[in-house]
Design a protein around this ligand. Structure first.
Ligand code: DON
Length: 314
């Protein structure tokens, strides 16, 4: 039985593990992200029954970035179903960086995963709503229902991204030319850019992870946010591509579905049990938080959670 003091000890282990690693750099291709203090470190655990534990800067609001891809995927699963998502976008790792154009070229314009930029822009193009504002409302509402509180756009982050997102605009047009962007590509990339520009805390990410852990029920609000059958495909996508080119290393060493963002956030899920999240801005070359990965890995290890271990022998 996992007790409150087990979780407290796990958070302390996570903090110590994070502080023991150095290096990495804030993302700087989005100017705002370069300005966030690099020494912030927040860790949070929220259980499937809503018990919350936090440590350090777990209340600091930072840009959600790629972690938003998970919730837009959830919205699109609800709209068109798991089979259509797999057919239109895919469920395989690309083996290439998150914004790779070559990955698209190699696969006839099919993104393969909704968790790389191309696949996330394709997901955004499948969100409900005829106008950019209507699709954006649906996406923001989904992020808020997962977090159990109203999530907000940061106008500063959004401006910084919209003024520099030329590579993503190119990806959107390539998708469109291949038949893999399902609305006006200008709308798709606008909505995608906004979804990356909301502010969340490590505690929010842990609630969002706990909602996935609890079969789509937010443990704070009690709301069934998505159909229970849609959590498994989301977690599968996270396991395959959640940490981009490091997803295999993460599965091998930690064994939990997780999703990172270039804002420094990382959210992991122990199905049926809890969400584990961390925030620290400096990233490794794959685009994942150096300390965030160390923290989440140590929390999971301390509590004995790895999906690939035999629970009967644990
Ligand atoms: O589209 C981008 O490049 C950013 N808005 C998000 C990328 C991201 O977070 C990749 N994650 N590690």
């Amino acid at each position: 039985m996992m007790t409150r003091s087990d979780i407290k000890a796990a958070l302390a282990a996570g903090h110590a593990a994070a502080m023991a690693v150095d290096g990495g750099q804030n993302a700087d291709y989005i100017p705002f992200l370069a300005s966030v203090p690099s020494d912030l470190l927040g860790i949070a655990v929220v259980t499937a029954s809503g018990e919350t534990h936090t440590m350090g800067d777990a209340g600091y609001g930072f840009a959600i970035e790629s972690i938003s891809k998970v919730f837009t995927l959830a919205l699109v699963l609800e709209r068109i179903g798991a089979e259509a998502v797999r057919e239109k976008i895919g469920a395989d790792p690309t083996g290439l960086p998150f914004n790779s154009v070559m990955a698209l070229e190699l696969h006839n314009g099919k993104p393969l995963s909704p968790l790389v930029n191309a696949g996330a822009i394709a997901s955004a193009s499948l969100a409900p709503g005829d106008s950019a504002d209507a699709s954006w409302d649906a996406i923001l509402d989904m992020q808020s229902r997962f977090a159990g509180r109203p999530i907000q756009l940061s106008a500063t982050v959004n401006k910084s991204e919209q003024e520099t997102n030329f590579h993503n605009r190119a990806i959107a047009w390539l998708l469109y030319s291949a038949g893999s962007c399902f609305c006006d590509p200008v709308k798709a990339v606008d909505v995608y850019t906004r979804q990356c520009s909301t502010l969340v805390t490590a505690e929010d990410l842990a609630v969002m992870g706990a909602t996935l852990a609890a079969g789509g029920v937010n443990p704070r609000t009690g709301e069934q946010v998505i159909k229970p059958e849609h959590t498994a495909p989301i977690l599968a996508e996270m396991m395959m591509e959640g940490l981009y080119t490091a997803s295999g290393d993460w599965a091998y060493t930690v064994g939990l579905p997780a999703k990172s963002g270039v804002g420094g956030g990382i959210m992991a899920v122990v199905p049926g049990v809890m969400g584990i999240a961390a925030f620290s801005p400096p990233l490794d070359t794959a685009g994942n938080s150096v300390r965030g990965q160390a923290a989440v890995a140590a929390v999971a290890k301390s509590l004995g959670y790895n999906l690939f271990t035999n629970p009967l022998q644990a």
